[in-house]
Design a protein around this ligand. Structure first.
Ligand code: SF4
Length: 480
């Protein structure tokens, strides 16, 4: 029996589908959903009597309930070897209305196959489809901290959207293009890995790196492989032409962006590339003391849990801060708390950060600066002090993404963790928590001091890692 995820994997890449059948790539809940989603749907539709589907239900259970209920939430259906969980079915005089649910703002037209598969199975069970809707979150909803207004929190829509968030596809059009489910399942059953040699395409790395990437492309692990080149499209073109190493790129024939240029030059130089002038100028901006190194951790909530928050808003629950003062002394501060800790977070942050001097973070503009802006919006009493901080932030990833410096041992990776492990004796492998998502999962389950301790160690290394990278860059420009 297949699931929709199997078919989506197959259509994206048959090879990925085969691997996934052999070893489970696992899944992570990126968003924090506290409530039972069935109850949320029921509240939105103001339905109090409904049939609720369960894991491992046989379809017969739904078909029997069909005689006595009008509303069905998460019923399990099967047809032609495909098993589905329909979000919501409403029995009407003329057949059934289908309510899809989308845990986001704009349900995408790119997901058409999901909707088509669902409808194909529903129809194969003899149900006549009337209207089709999708329930999505309202990005403008602001929680008052007391009661959820489910009418405003969700929008019942009849369209799918393109990447510019334009409504482009009426859901009722799905009925005009029925799917040959039997034929598709037959294809899946007959698929064999020998028919699909690994073929590097955008899908292998975007939107996320395929969990089977290393199974397909072992050569990408070589530090100076052409496949480590930052320019995604170009690297595949060069690979197809027979190039295997960065140093083989002919700079007279190939126009490169800054990052890729630094990579090629590093390999031609035997490992390191340094634009001394550009890096010196960047580091000169960091000569003032005190200098602060900071890292935030946050969780993201689908349904806003606290006052003045909107759907998808993050909640900062931890920071680690190191401050290097004018005498060369290092001072350490940290914060971690459960619940609505926004005010306490802000107060500790403002109390610990020095009143002047640069504040370093990694990818500051896409992380800490954004988070501070959100906190300022939700806590207007502190808005001016918080916004003043944002002026002092400096992004330590800048020298790397601007191609001022590159070492082939980075193997095309520019993350803070990669750099810390390469340019110091510290390693995330020695910690109980290894990445941001693990930190979030630990925070969600944090009820004892041990877990808080692990989180502190993790966040501390992120912040101290900034100091280590800063020191490495400073040494580079100062060495003879
Ligand atoms: S790495 Fe690319 S070719 Fe290999 S399974 Fe994943 S998507 Fe398919």
């Amino acid at each position: 029996m297949y699931h929709i995820g199997d078919i989506k994997a197959y259509l994206a890449c048959p090879r990925r589908f085969i691997y996934a059948q052999q070893k489970d790539p696992g899944s992570i809940d990126y968003l924090n959903v506290k409530d039972d989603t069935t109850l949320i749907y029921a509240r939105k539709l103001a339905v109090d009597r409904y049939f609720k589907g369960q894991k491992n239900d046989v379809p017969k259970r739904f078909l029997e309930a069909y005689k006595t209920y009008d509303w069905f939430i998460k019923p399990r259906l099967e047809a032609d070897g495909l098993r589905i969980k329909v979000p919501i079915i409403h029995k009407t005089e003329n057949g059934v209305d289908i309510y899809f649910t989308f845990w986001g703002i704009y349900p995408r037209v790119d997901d058409l196959i999901y909707y088509r598969l669902q409808l194909a199975v529903i129809q194969r069970n003899g149900l006549r489809i009337g209207r089709i809707y999708v329930i999505r979150l309202n990005p403008d909803y602001v929680y008052d901290g007391k009661n959820y207004d489910y009418d405003k929190l969700f929008i019942v829509d009849e369209f799918l959207y393109n990447r510019k968030n334009k409504a482009v596809y009426p859901l009722m059009d799905l009925l005009k293009h029925p799917l040959d489910l039997k034929a598709l399942i037959q294809e899946l059953t007959n698929v064999s890995i020998k028919d699909y040699p690994p073929l590097k395409k955008r899908r292998c790395l975007r939107p996320k790196r395929c969990p089977f990437y290393d199974d397909c492309f072992k050569e990408a692990k070589v530090d100076n492989s052409i496949l480590t080149l930052a320019d995604g499209n170009l690297k595949y073109r060069l690979y197809a032409k027979g190039l295997r190493y960065l140093k083989e790129v002919d700079l007279n024939m190939t126009k490169l962006e800054k990052m890729s240029y630094a990579q090629v030059m590093a390999d031609k130089n035997g490992g390191l590339y340094l634009d001394h002038k550009a890096l010196s100028s960047f580091m000169a901006g960091l000569s003032k003391r005190p200098i602060s190194f900071i890292d935030f951790e946050w969780d993201r909530y689908l349904i806003p849990p606290y006052e003045k928050m909107r759907p998808f808003d993050p909640l900062c629950f931890e920071f680690a801060l190191y401050v290097l003062d004018a005498d060369g002394q290092m001072h350490e501060y940290s914060f971690i708390q459960k619940g609505d800790c926004r005010k306490a977070f802000i107060q500790k942050l403002l109390a610990c950060l020095p009143k002047e001097g640069p504040i370093l973070a990694y990818n500051a503009g896409g992380a800490e600066v954004l988070r501070i802006g959100e906190l300022a919006q939700q806590n207007t009493d502190f808005a001016s002090s918080l916004m003043a901080l944002t002026e002092r932030f400096v992004d330590l990833s800048w020298p790397f993404v601007q191609g001022m410096v590159y070492h082939t041992s980075m193997a095309g990776e520019f993350s803070l963790k990669r750099l810390v492990s390469l340019f110091s004796d510290y390693s995330y492998k020695d910690l109980a928590i290894h990445d941001g998502m693990e930190a979030v999962i630990n925070y969600r389950n944090m009820e004892d001091a041990k877990k808080a301790g692990d989180l502190k160690k993790y966040c501390r290394l992120d912040a101290y890692g900034l100091y280590l990278i800063y020191s490495w860059l400073a040494n580079l420009i100062n060495r003879p």
